[in-house]
Each structure stands twice: as structure tokens, then as C-alpha cells.
Design a protein around this ligand. Sequence first.
Ligand code: HEC
Length: 169
Amino acid sequence: MVWALSFWTLLACNDKVNARIYSSARLAEDIEAYEEWDHAPGWPDVHAGCEDPHTPIVEIWLNEVAFGAMATEPKVLPDTAALVLQVWLDEQGTEGTLLAMRKVEGIDPDNGDWFWGAFDPEGAAVAAGAASDPDAGPSVADCVGCHRSGVDFVRFPGMVALDPSVACP
Ligand code: HEC
């Protein structure tokens, strides 16, 4: 009994630790080389964003783990998969927000184990967290609320069908 209790206490603690072992700083580090990653399949390098808050122009990159998962069915992205979206404010390339989502196994099982982040053009995190993290703030709840309709929370059209003619989801 004592053993069982401490076992569950330990598990509960681990959950909290899990939520804290990943952070906006870790996310920034993990996506540092995003410009060398592949672009989203079936999605031209630069494209009109489908929906606020990703307008008017977006560019999406996938790390190797995420890109590899595109060829599998069903598409469930594994641990360490990361996707980055740069918002461009105009055709001259004025940088808007940089958004990212990264799978961190065990961080938020009810919401696909995604950690979300938004960075301003200076690189400061303006929103970051997992949906179940009470400190994550309303912006992260917005990310998850809208992305829930995607395939494993991913929304660009190539995720739904590897067909460039598919319109916005
Ligand atoms: C109202 C809906 C909505 C909200 C809110 C939203 N997104 Fe998205 N997001 C989309 C759509 C639609 C796409 C597909 C590409 C496009 O249209 O720009 C997308 C694409 C992305 C991508 C590229 C991978 C993918 O899923 O296609 C990332 C990364 C991303 N969003 C991060 C975020 C983050 C971080 C937040 C919150 C700070 C957020 N999004 C809020 C709708 C939304």
C-alpha cells in the first residue's frame, strides 16, 4: 500500500516535472536551424495564409522527424517532431511572428503532446506552453482550440492530402 501510494505520488510529480522540463528557451534551441529544414510538402515555400492569425503570407518548415511522418498513414507525428511557421507581413519580407509546435512526449497527452510557442521578430517568446499548463496563457489555448480540427493538430493542407491543389483546410 505504501509502495503503491508513493508510486502514484511519484508519477503525479513526474507529470508536473514533465510540464516544466520543456520551455520556450528549449523550443527556441530546438528550432534554431529551421531555415535549413524542408518546406511542408504540397505547400509552396511562400503562400497566402489560410486563416487569422497566420496572414497575410506564411512559410512553413518541418524538421526531419515531422517531414518523415508525412509519408505515413495515419499521420501521427512522433516525439521531437517540430513545425515552424513564419508570418510575413508583406511581399517585401517584413517579418511577423514566428510560430512553432513541437512534440514532447508525455507533456500533454490530452492535447497531442504538443508544446506551442510564438516569438516576435527579436526572438522574444510572446506565448509558450502546452495546453494543459495553467501558466501557458490564453494565446496557447487559442492555438490548440483552432489546431484541434487538424490531423494530429497540424493544419496545413498537405497534412490532409499530399496534393498542392487542396485549398485551405
Ligand atoms: C484560428 C485558427 C488558428 C489559430 C488561433 C492558430 N493557428 Fe496555427 N495554423 C492555422 C492554420 C489554418 C494553419 C495552416 C497554414 C495557414 O493557413 O497559415 C496553421 C499552421 C500553423 C503551423 C504550421 C504547421 C501546421 O499546423 O500546419 C504552426 C507551427 C502553427 N500554426 C502554430 C500556431 C501557434 C503557435 C498558434 C498560437 C500562438 C497558432 N498556430 C494559432 C490556424 C490557426
